[in-house]
Structures are given as structure tokens and as C-alpha cells.
Ligand binder design. Structure first.
Ligand SMILES: CC(C)(COP(=O)(O)OP(=O)(O)OC[C@H]1O[C@@H](n2cnc3c(N)ncnc32)[C@H](O)[C@@H]1OP(=O)(O)O)[C@@H](O)C(=O)NCCC(=O)NCCS
Length: 144
């Protein structure tokens, strides 16, 4: 049974540990703690008991929602945790006044691309060589 709730400052260490497993340039616990304290930012965390199995966040920039840090524990993937998190994040974002959502994703990240496209995100642009380790283009998606 998965429970999704908003990140609190004391959850920042757990978020950073999951981040380190999922990304080559992981965010620090300090960065997550700052986000948890920022009223324009909402991070959601999916818990299975005491274990953090996924998280994601959105920053409200004058009505545009920038989605970041979508991550699911490797052992828990393909069990709709990402889908549940995204569903709740879009709902929460709308309640914060967000009218359009955007995100960037590595061009080779088929799992994430399919997840976002299943929510109606559309490809609107590319940033050449945006990512490092490995160097790769970013695809820019919007859901308006
Ligand atoms: C992308 C990610 C968050 C998906 O989380 P998840 O919980 O496994 O996703 P879900 O189980 O909700 O999958 C939803 C849909 O996304 C697509 N999908 C997810 N993983 C996939 C994979 N490995 N290959 C192909 N499609 C995939 C499928 O369409 C899937 O639906 P289906 O299982 O009915 O076919 C997860 O793979 C992850 O954490 N990856 C590493 C971090 C990352 O790249 N984050 C995105 C940064 S932009």
C-alpha cells in the first residue's frame, strides 16, 4: 500500500538518498529542505510503510509549473508509483494556481518520456547537449 504525502523538511535526507540512486547529478538534502520550506514549491513523496519509494516536485513560476526530480526506487518501478505521483502532482499543482506544466527529460529516457506522454505532455523543443554524464540533449515537454 502506497501513501503519497507532501514532503516535510525532515524528509530531505530520504529524498537525497533516493535521488543519489536515480541521477548522475543528484540534489543534496539541503536543496530538498529548502524546497520543502518554499511555498511556491510542492514535493510529493510516495511511502510504502517506512520506505520512500518515489518522489517528484513542482515549482510554481507565475502560473507555469516546472516539474522536477521525478524518481522511483529501482526496486519499485513499473508498479505505477510514477503514475500515481504524477497524477497527484498535477492535481496539487492546479490547486496552487498552475495552468501549464513543463519539464525536461533526457532524449534517451524512454521510460520517463512514455510516462509523461501518457499524461498528455507534448514535445515542444530541444536543448542541445543540456545534460552531462553522459552529455545528451534535453527534450522540453509542456502540458497546457
Ligand atoms: C521514469 C520513472 C519515474 C517511471 O516510474 P515508474 O513508477 O516505473 O512508472 P509507472 O510504473 O507509473 O509507468 C507508467 C508508464 O510509463 C511507461 N514506462 C515506465 N517505465 C518504463 C520502461 N522501463 N520502459 C518503457 N516504458 C516505461 C509505461 O508506459 C508505463 O505504463 P505500463 O507499465 O502500463 O506500460 C522511473 O523509471 C525512474 O525513476 N527513472 C529514473 C529517474 C528518471 O529518469 N526520472 C525522470 C527524469 S526526467
Amino acid at each position: 500500500m502506497i501513501e503519497i504525502r507532501r514532503m516535510r523538511p525532515e524528509d530531505a535526507e530520504a529524498a537525497a538518498r533516493l535521488e543519489a540512486v536515480c541521477f548522475s547529478h543528484p540534489w543534496s538534502a539541503k536543496a530538498f529542505a529548502q524546497c520543502a520550506a518554499d511555498e511556491n514549491v510542492c514535493y510529493l513523496m510516495a511511502w510504502e510503510g517506512e520506505k520512500l519509494v518515489g518522489n517528484c516536485g513542482v515549482r510554481n513560476i507565475a502560473g507555469d509549473g516546472e516539474i522536477t526530480n521525478v524518481a522511483v526506487d529501482p526496486a519499485c518501478r513499473r508498479q505505477r508509483v510514477g503514475t500515481e505521483l504524477m497524477n497527484k502532482l498535477l492535481e496539487t499543482g492546479r490547486s496552487m494556481g498552475i495552468e501549464a506544466f513543463t519539464l525536461e527529460v533526457r532524449a534517451s529516457n524512454q521510460a520517463a518520456i512514455r510516462l509523461y506522454e501518457s499524461f498528455g505532455f507534448l514535445l515542444e523543443g530541444t536543448r542541445r547537449n543540456f545534460y552531462e554524464d553522459p552529455r545528451e540533449d534535453a527534450l522540453i515537454y509542456w502540458k497546457r
